[in-house]
Design a protein around this ligand. Sequence first.
Ligand code: AGP
Length: 604
Amino acid sequence: MCGIVGAVAQRDVADILLEGLKRLEYRGYDSAGLAIINGAGELTRTRRLGKVQALADAVHTYPMPGGTGIAHTRWATHGEPSEANAHPHVSGDIAVVHNGIIENHEVLRRQLQAQGYVFTSQTDTEVIAHLVERELKTASSLLDAVMATRTQLHGAYGMVVVDRKQPERMIVARSGSPLVIGFGIGEHFVASDQLALLPVTRKFAFLEEGDVAEIRRDGISVYDLNNQPAEREAQESTVEHDAGDKGEFRHYMLKEIYEQPQAIANTLEGRLFNGQLNLEALGDLSGIEQVQIIACGTSYHAGMTARYWIEGLAGIACNVEIASEFRYRKSVVRPNSLLVTISQSGETADTLAALRLAKELGFSKTLTVCNVPGSSLVRESDMALMTRAGAEIGVASTKAFTTQLVALLLLTAALGRGRGMDSATEKRLTDALTHLPGLIDKALGMNADIQQLAERFAEKHHALFLGRGDQYPIAMEGALKLKEISYIHAEAYAAGELKHGPLALIDAEMPIVVVAPHNDLVEKLKSNIEEVRARGGELFVFAGEAAAIEPQSNMVVLPMPACDDIIAPVLYTLPLQLLSYHVAVIKGTDVDQPRNLAKSVTVE
Ligand code: AGP
């Protein structure tokens, strides 16, 4: 989704801004632009449809010197992707970049047009530029003009405003869309994600909801929702500088798939040692009688998997719901209920809104399973269980998902202690987690076979994924991966549902992927496999050896490393990630930035 970078410095900032935008490319966008105030007090602006590289080429052809600048990657919401709709938007001396959506932009647009303002784009953002320009005519400072502007805006925004006549400052405001301030020596920066600024600083302060800040070369001043001065503590970033580097890999997605053994080891560090789980940091969960999980997309699949564990191992009732549904329906909250949000980014607009609603509804505690320290979900939840996957750049979530599963197993153990989970089960879980990074490594050894298999999907238009029990959400995740990066229509079914409709789809043109570890349900699953074979379907089965599923006509069986049932959902995710990756590579799609998608969905 949209990305913001801004700088106030003595040196030229164009290259810093462009590098920042490149580091935000993974979020998904359709156009990019920047505006810079140069030494002669002129405001220059360049915008391009398409990749940041096209913008960088333009800036290298027509250099843009100057120490104060703002830059943006746009993911279209209001108005088509075009140069005219790309940010920054300008009104007189004012230039603005904005993430989020201004819901009352039409009313404001009509008011401003009646006052003589001329609009040159179809965006909601342009109203902000005109409003600040108008307010500045009567306000005592740019800061006051932005404060006056924000009272007129309904919706979500992270915005940065500069004034041609005041190159020594920029004003930033946050409501529903994250912004982080970066500290340099004699220079300061702002971005929607710290990753953008890692080449220039490692010291960051995260703005809170409702904050407005003035950023100057020599310092910053922050004001809270009520325009009162506020302190926002600067912290050293723990994100690796080269997190945005593909290294030897052709795509970020492949790099991130291969990072999973280490990422999972990081998730377990300090939480599992000497064969013991150390879950004290999760606090006291002993009184919890019900768990409600809320998430979107892949994170929702992690939640669905966790329901099998929380009910099956910990013996605690658990519901799972998509955030965009939960936030718009009336739900009943039982006493002693724990709300768990799951999110890679910690900024997903629907999940954040659901958390805020849940607090109003009276959940006893809120906990987020999240990958980004300092993100909105982390700051607004009572407790945070960090997944420690490291920066995930590919839009398709891979290591974020498997580390979420591991974190949710830890949460299951914490919930289950002294409840539905006896010490033998905890020991089993502990042993299984101890072996997991090594097993993931083994599963990665299937890469060459899966690459070959992928050839058989590249010409297909549809695919089905089947699983039962805790493998059903894994089948759903496999289908989501395939559709989002290869654009092949894929659906997942709980295999027991086949005969209730989807069996009608089966013919020689429909590949069917099955996840079949050796577990209590495997005999039932074998019957489902036979139902498909009898109708001419082409099967690709990832199977545990002990499941004794033999290759037959129309059925390829890929043996999986043996593992404890408990962790099978994590392990069986790997081949599905690799399969979707190789199909996408064969099809030549944009693996890391699939069309129409964004990494972090910060608008509703
Ligand atoms: C999965 O590959 C997607 N990129 C998407 O479904 C993602 O999981 C979803 O948008 C939720 O994001 P979050 O985990 O950052 O909240």
